[in-house]
Design a protein. Structure first.
Length: 296
């Protein structure tokens, strides 16, 4: 699903992970141990790849040192470690011996988010914006169940959910299969309504089971798109009963939310995430203690 990313997808597919991409035996329900294993492998893979990049680029002494650099930057700039690791891997390397990774970069303030209940002072916090996005969409669609996913290395990673149980959130923690409504919405770059999960042909049986067991019979997915219309994430509402559809006004409000939030996500990447990378680069060049490390 390289369509989900502004950059080429990295890493392997779900087929590389034990138990993924297919039902286990004749039952659609996965074992919790298999879900936990898959999610650990997917979550760790991105960080490990970034550690390798940093080791090679800066001649670090160990993966622990690389991890410490990323952890410090992620905490200082209030971004998830997985987001920073993804950025390390996907962003072109700085010039050799360059003091700045992004010389001449112009920084701008965040775009407006009209209609989103973002608390004052939290306009640069991805967590706060994601929470407000979900709240706004669930208000429009009139349901207490929903989730937000962001694009990461060519797959969707769940970053927030409400009203949905643990099995649902674990099963859809990472999505790189086309057999879900959220992935269809991402590929097609448009809103997708599943009126009845029980009979919709889009789902494989494992995905269908994961949704139904959470009490959802219908779903609606809204892509969060940048100015070029490329999805950077997805917000989905889930409904206890089959849907008859939404009004033109509701669909327009959802589309506007997806556009506003998508532009904000692009700003966050090009501003806050790049600030964190610049900080990491400077720290790596300084090296441990007060000494200075030269980039190889």
């Amino acid at each position: 699903m390289s369509q989900l990313s502004r950059h080429p997808a990295e890493g392997g597919s779900a087929a590389d992970v034990p138990g993924s991409g297919a039902r286990q035996g004749s039952a659609p329900r996965w074992r919790q141990d298999d879900l936990d294993l898959r999610n650990r492998l997917y979550g760790r893979a991105g960080v490990a790849r970034a550690e390798g990049v940093l080791l090679d680029r800066y001649g670090l002494g160990s993966t622990d040192e690389a991890f410490a650099l990323m952890k410090n930057a992620s905490q200082q700039f209030n971004i998830k470690l997985s987001t920073l690791a993804d950025a390390v891997v996907r962003t072109p390397a700085p010039d050799a011996d360059a003091e700045l990774w992004f010389p001449g970069r112009v920084r701008r303030g965040p775009p407006a988010l009209p209609g989103l209940p973002v608390e004052r002072g939290n306009g640069t916090s991805q967590g706060a914006v994601v929470a407000a996005t979900l709240q706004r969409v669930l208000s429009i669609t009139q349901t207490p169940m929903g989730n937000v996913q962001l694009s990461e290395r060519g797959r969707l990673r769940m970053v927030r959910h409400t009203g949905l149980n643990r099995y649902f959130s674990d099963f859809f923690a990472f999505v790189d299969s086309p057999t879900t409504s959220c992935s269809q919405a991402a590929v097609q770059r448009r809103q997708v309504t599943v009126r009845d999960v029980e009979s919709a042909p889009v789902f494989d049986e494992a995905s269908r089971h994961a949704i139904l067991q959470a009490g959802s019979r219908a779903a609606h997915s809204v892509p969060l798109v940048n100015r070029l219309g490329v999805p950077l994430g997805m917000v989905s509402s889930h409904h206890e009963r089959p849907l008859t559809g939404f009004t033109h006004a509701e669909l327009a409000a959802l589309r506007q939310t997806g556009s506003d939030v998508g532009r904000w996500l692009a700003w966050h990447w090009n501003t806050v995430v790049l600030d964190a990378l610049e900080h990491l680069h400077a720290a790596a060049l300084r090296g441990p203690g007060d000494g200075t490390r030269s980039a190889p």
